[in-house]
Design a protein around this ligand. Structure first.
Ligand SMILES: Nc1ncnc2c1ncn2[C@@H]1O[C@H](COP(=O)(O)OP(=O)(O)O)[C@@H](O)[C@H]1O
Ligand SMILES: [Mg+2]
Length: 265
């Protein structure tokens, strides 16, 4: 079976703004390759500025790559247009750190979820109101909240809405960029557990982006460690948590508040 997602030798350099004599280059990603299998979660971990979001955005097609390939279900994504591009967008959905970014503040949250269903023609129009309520229940939200505006919900509830909107199109891959980083500790655990449940129930694959190796251990089958735009270590989560090979991974592990790295799960 083909890999669900293959990223091959991806490079991305940003030229920072300003007058021509004052521009500098930032190599955000240099020669990055990763693979995601169907139904599995890859934790993408690294400190702030290591290139995690850029990689996520390149995969989603939100940032243009300099070179390299993104291959989804055997098809190179950069060449897609029209119906094929729409189909890719349906199958690969983002969840961002700040759900305010993806939810229109003027729309009820029910409408935001409904918009996803409309956009990708999921179900019949008459069906969709019921589907919205099902999605609310699926992410642990009282369907009665569907009529509220985003700023009348808590941060955790908003992130649940964003997850419902992502799930609406029945994606095969979710790219979650620091989805719990802005939330209180107790709420973080609830949202992580929700994501774990969804993985188990729906079999949706996930790239889980975080700066926190402790979170990765909780949710990921595999880990890729990004350092200054390069993958320095990649493999099975348990193995990497127990026996990190790269010094940088050990440093990240040391930041996890518990007696790592030899502590058994
Ligand atoms: N739009 C942009 N313009 C210029 N530089 C950027 C842009 N986006 C990211 N960068 C730079 O690329 C590097 C990686 O950023 P990012 O992918 O956001 O890292 P992370 O998500 O791991 O914190 C950083 O040095 C950042 O400043
Ligand atoms: Mg980021």
């Amino acid at each position: 079976m083909t890999d669900l997602l293959r990223v091959e030798n991806l490079r991305k350099t940003f030229i920072t703004g300003g007058p021509p004599w004052n521009r500098s280059k930032v190599a955000a990603l240099s020669d990055v390759s990763i693979t995601v299998q169907r139904g599995r979660t890859l934790g993408l971990v690294g400190e702030s500025g290591s290139g995690k979001s850029t990689l996520g955005r390149c995969i989603l097609g939100l940032t243009k790559l300099d070179s390299g390939q993104v291959i989804f279900d055997g098809v190179e994504v950069q060449g897609l247009s029209g119906r094929a591009l729409m189909d890719f967008r349906r199958r690969v959905q983002p969840v961002f750190q700040d759900p305010f970014g993806s939810l229109d503040p003027r729309w009820t949250v029910g409408r935001s979820v409904r918009e996803s269903l409309d956009c990708f023609h999921i179900g019949t129009p008459a069906d969709r109101d019921r589907r919205v309520l099902d999605l609310f229940k699926r992410v642990g939200l009282n369907p009665g909240l569907a009529g509220r505006l985003p700023n009348h919900l808590s941060g955790g509830q908003r992130q649940r809405v964003a997850i419902a909107a992502a799930l609406a199109s029945e994606p095969e891959l979710i790219i979650a960029d620091e989805p719990v980083s802005a939330l209180d500790m107790s709420v973080q655990a609830q949202i992580l557990n929700l994501l774990l449940d969804l993985q188990e129930d729906l079999g949706v694959a996930c790239i889980f982006i975080t700066h926190d190796l402790g979170v990765v251990e909780h949710v990921s089958d595999d880990v890729a460690v990004l350092f200054h735009g390069s993958i320095v270590e990649m493999g099975d989560t348990d193995q990497i948590m127990m026996r990190p090979e790269h010094q940088y991974t050990r440093t990240l592990l040391a930041a996890v508040p518990r007696p790592a790295p030899t502590h058994p799960r």
